[in-house]
Design a protein around this ligand. Structure first.
Ligand code: PFF
Length: 464
């Protein structure tokens, strides 16, 4: 039954197709686009990596996103409840439980990085990076690294910034699906899209723009190696928020008429455009100043302040750049935390408010382990990894691929093509249901095999 808010069966839903689009795009667009995508592209050969990434988005990312939307939309249930409603054997609930674990594991380190981003917004507004423009280039490089070191190494500040990031997420989530998630993503995602276009446009007017473009667009096939393929596949997974029930959860807030296939394609295309625009923002600057494209994870926190402090209007751009990174990180985090929140409220009957507060408390308690610099920069903690790297490795290389594989197998082999076709149609079938047979073959045979290869390679069972 529908209430006057358009809720389905007493559950909140997003209020329009546009709300669905911005919420799911808000989940996909995150630090993955602005931080991981440029540095992985830099390290893995530029255009060749991007080409492989695009292929993985089409063959693995989009099919799994559709499968997750299908599960959520047709059952209107949380990531654990889905499998109860479908009367699947208990085994499949593992997808939901692993999803909740992944949400926490990613939040432990992601909230740390989000905290750094928040603090860089404030630093940029205060003009902390202006001194860099008055220094010789080498000294400025050292100074910006020192600033990053003191940001992450402080005794109190990094914990406080992480707590601030988690607090923002907590407040938005307590407000609910419509008044929280929908309102924030609908307001902020258009702002983010405008900001990234402005920054990319500014970068493209620099002297190094041509080289930057060549790097991004020129495909050198000799750079495509098995490890490049596997890295690209893994990134497409993390990027599109797949394999941990996020898209199942958001799919469960869809209305009857919201389109599954159409939304998945629009989100995948827009998310990829944001990644490419982030690349267009970063690489012209890198080449203009003769920096290393393969500079690694420091690209965002070191290179960007350094180079933007040297170009006209750079200080304004810096504020804009870190603001957009903060928006991206925040809307991605709310989608992660929503996964366990809705499971706790619906499966255990805990109030939304208490569910959000207790999960935030767990994130802060354990996430604090990733803040401390020793645990970030190498001293051995668990299985030879720092807590930061351990949480990152465990989630991206094990939990997400296994989750995605199980989702592909479940929807590929346990669901009828006819039912998928019905869900594709939405309120008014304009032909999407005819895609179901082709889609189902892809999900049965192609997607799981590719995923299995990534996973087996990641855990070292095979090495390609
Ligand atoms: N897609 C986000 C990013 O690229 O930053 C990260 C992410 C969000 C991963 C939500 C998983 C998730 F459930």
């Amino acid at each position: 039954k529908s209430s006057k808010n358009g809720d389905r069966q007493g559950r909140e839903t997003f209020s329009s197709g546009l709300a669905v689009f911005f919420a799911t795009l808000g989940s996909a667009v995150g630090l993955g686009n602005i931080w991981k995508f440029p540095y992985l592209t830099g390290q893995n050969g530029g255009g060749a990596f991007i080409l492989v990434y695009l292929i993985s988005v089409v063959l693995v990312g989009v099919p799994i996103m559709i499968a997750e939307f299908y599960l959520g939309k047709t059952t209107r249930a949380n990531a654990v409840g889905v499998f109860k409603k479908l009367k699947a054997s208990k085994f499949w609930r593992i997808i939901g439980f692993m999803g909740m674990m992944s949400a926490l594991l990613i939040m432990f380190f992601y909230s740390s990085v989000a905290g750094w981003v928040y603090s860089y917004v404030v630093k940029a507004i205060r003009g902390d990076f202006r001194v860099l423009s008055k220094m010789p280039f080498d000294a400025a490089g050292k100074a910006v690294e020192a600033q990053f070191g003191s940001t992450v190494g402080g005794t109190f500040a990094p914990f406080a910034w992480q707590a601030a990031a988690v607090a923002v997420v907590t407040i938005i989530l307590i407000a609910g699906v419509k008044k929280g998630i929908e309102r924030v993503t609908k307001t902020l995602m258009p702002v983010l899209l405008i900001l990234i276009v402005i920054i990319a446009a500014r970068s493209l007017t620099l002297d190094g723009a041509g080289k930057g473009l060549d790097f991004l667009m020129g495909v050198d096939f000799s750079k495509i190696s098995p490890s490049v393929i596997l890295t690209a596949l893994g990134l497409s997974f993390f990027k599109l928020s797949l394999g941990m029930g996020t898209m199942i959860t958001y799919g469960s807030y869809f209305n009857e008429e919201n389109k599954i296939v159409n939304t998945a394609f629009k989100v995948a295309v827009s998310d990829t455009m944001v990644s490419l625009l982030a690349g267009l923002a970063v690489f012209p600057v890198v080449f203009t100043f003769g920096l290393e494209p393969g500079g690694g994870p420091g690209l965002l926190f070191n290179t960007i302040p350094l180079v933007f402090s040297l170009i006209p209007f750079g200080n304004v751009l810096l504020v804009l750049f870190f603001s957009l990174a903060a928006i991206a990180a925040t809307t991605a985090m709310i989608s992660m935390v929503e996964v366990p929140v809705i499971v706790l409220t619906e499966e255990l009957g805990i109030s939304r408010r208490n569910a959000v507060l207790s999960i935030s408390a767990v994130i802060l308690a354990i996430g604090a382990l990733t803040v401390h610099p020793e645990s970030l920069f190498g001293s051995t903690m668990i299985y030879g990894k720092s807590f930061f790297d351990f949480f990152d490795y465990l989630s991206s290389n094990i939990f997400l691929p296994v989750g995605g594989l199980l989702i592909a197998i479940f929807v590929g082999w346990k669901v009828k093509t006819k039912d998928i076709g019905l869900s594709f149609g939405g309120g008014s079938d304009d032909g999407d249901s005819r895609l179901a047979p082709v889609y189902h073959i892809l999900l049965k045979f192609v997607t799981p095999v590719l995923l299995l290869l990534v996973f087996l390679n990641a855990v070292g069972v095979i090495s390609i």
